[in-house]
Design a protein around this ligand. Structure first.
Ligand SMILES: NC(=O)c1ccc[n+]([C@@H]2O[C@H](COP(=O)([O-])OP(=O)(O)OC[C@H]3O[C@@H](n4cnc5c(N)ncnc54)[C@H](OP(=O)(O)O)[C@@H]3O)[C@@H](O)[C@H]2O)c1
Length: 241
């Protein structure tokens, strides 16, 4: 039976590269995203199926999950996420709710709703996307770091909780990866704040990574059948520098 994969936030960056690699490996790939035009365009480019779903909207997440309930789902890449660059003084409860709803509740709710679909397929596998920011502090990224710390904690706990159902749960921690995420923060590489420049200068491999390099690790993790509860770094060595 053809294996079915869902990549959230599959219209851009790491999600796009992961969907492309999974498609090349023969999976029946679905991508989801919040913007209909962007998701549709990416789906045409990648020759995959697309679903419009905002991960911060609970009814969207329910509708997305419903697609897989009858036939099941083998692979879930919980990739959709947003960043927020703000010093402590500028953080508000509203901003907290927006980023936690997307990066944490979206991840948790999707796994919850998809549980029957994942149980239908033997040895299904989930990879969540955390960040090297959980190992290395960067000023202005405390809220983002808190969401990714939550993702790692729920990854380890769910790995234990879902192991009896033969569902594996892992995460990867990308470092500085060249994707549109920085532009969405409203900053271009030439205008990076000093804190980010310093963080990038400390990368042992002396360069940013590519979405394709992260996608390789995600797919390897998804297919590593004796790995669960693991957090794999893909960060040019920055987390141990
Ligand atoms: N790039 C890095 O250096 C880096 C490092 C560590 C971790 N990460 C993590 O890697 C993941 C992918 O990020 P990326 O760098 O590839 O950034 P990206 O190019 O901005 O991709 C993020 C994807 O998530 C989607 N998304 C955001 N909010 C959403 C929502 N509420 N509902 C549905 N989709 C939503 C985006 O849609 P739109 O196109 O509509 O915005 C986009 O498709 C994120 O979880 C990010 O935190 C990135």
């Amino acid at each position: 039976m053809e294996k079915v994969a869902l990549v959230t936030g599959g219209n851009s960056g790491i999600g796009y590269a992961t969907a492309k690699l999974l498609k090349a490996k023969g999976y029946d790939v679905y991508i989801s995203g919040r913007n209909a035009d962007r998701v549709q365009q990416a789906a045409v480019e990648l020759d995959v199926k697309s679903v419009v779903a905002d991960m911060s909207n609970s009814s969207d997440v329910e509708q997305l999950s419903a697609i897989f309930l009858e036939d099941g789902l083998d692979i879930l890449v919980n990739n959709a996420g947003i960043a927020n660059l703000a010093p402590l003084e500028r953080i508000t409860h509203e901003v907290f709710l927006e980023i936690f709803n997307t990066n944490v509740w979206g991840v948790l709710q999707l796994i919850k709703e998809l549980l029957p679909a994942l149980e239908r397929r033997a040895g299904s596998s989930i990879t969540n996307i955390s960040s090297a920011i959980t190992c290395k502090g960067v000023p202005g990224l405390s809220l983002y770091a808190a969401t990714k710390g939550s993702v790692e904690a729920l990854t380890k706990t769910l790995a234990i909780e879902l192991a009896p159902k033969n569902i594996r749960v892992n995460a990867v921690t990308p470092g500085a990866i060249d994707t549109p995420i920085f532009g969405k923060l409203g900053i271009k590489p030439e205008n990076f704040p000093e804190e980010l420049k310093q963080a990038f200068a400390g990368i042992p491999l002396k360069r940013t990574g590519t979405s394709e390099e992260v996608a390789q690790v995600i797919v390897a993790q998804l297919e590593s059948t004796y790995v669960t509860g693991a957090i794999w770094a893909v960060d040019g060595g920055v987390s141990i520098a």
